[in-house]
Ligand binder design. Structure first.
Ligand code: 5GP
Ligand code: ZN
Length: 118
C-alpha cells in the first residue's frame, strides 16, 4: 500500500531524494534530515502503516526484521559496538507521542556523546 500524500512513501519511491542507508523488499532506511545525534537514521516499512497503533499480527515478522537489522546498521553508520558504543531507538506514536510523519518509522540515534558521562 502506498499513500500518495505521504512524505515517506515518496522517499521510498524515490520521488523525494534521501540519503539511503539500506533497502530490501520490505524495509527502507535513510538519514534523518534534521539529526538529533551524530548518527541518526530512520527505519521504515515500505508498506504504508501510519503508526504502531495500526500494527497487526501479520506485521510481527516485518517489525522483528527491523529490530534485528537495527544494531547491524547502527554499527555500520558509526555508532560503535556494544557495550561501549550503542544507540537508542525511538518510535513516536500519535500526537501525544510526538509523531509528526504518519508513516511508521523507528529513529535510530547514536554516535559519540562528548557531553554524556560513561
Ligand atoms: P516524528 O516526529 O514523526 O517521529 O519524526 C519525523 C522525522 O522525520 C523528523 O525527525 C524529521 O526530521 C524527519 N523528516 C521529515 N521530513 C523529512 C524528509 O523529507 N527527509 C528526511 N530524510 N527526513 C525527514
Ligand atoms: Zn507512507
Amino acid at each position: 500500500m502506498h499513500d500518495p500524500n505521504c512524505i515517506f512513501c515518496k522517499i521510498i519511491a524515490g520521488q523525494i531524494p534521501s540519503k539511503r542507508v539500506y533497502e530490501d523488499e520490505e524495509i527502507f532506511v535513510f538519514h534523518d534530515i534534521h539529526p538529533w545525534a551524530p548518527v541518526h537514521f530512520l527505519m521504515v516499512p515500505k508498506l504504508h502503516i501510519p503508526s504502531m497503533a495500526q500494527l497487526l499480527p501479520s506485521h510481527e515478522a516485518l517489525l522483528g526484521r527491523m529490530m534485528v537489522l537495527a544494531p547491524k546498521l547502527a554499527v555500520e553508520q558509526g555508532c560503535g559496538p556494544y557495550p561501549e558504543g550503542g544507540f537508542r531507538m525511538v518510535c513516536n506514536t500519535g500526537a501525544q507521542g510526538g509523531q509528526e510523519v504518519h508513516h511508521l518509522h523507528i529513529h535510530v540515534m547514536g554516535g559519540p556523546r562528548p557531553w554524556a558521562k560513561g
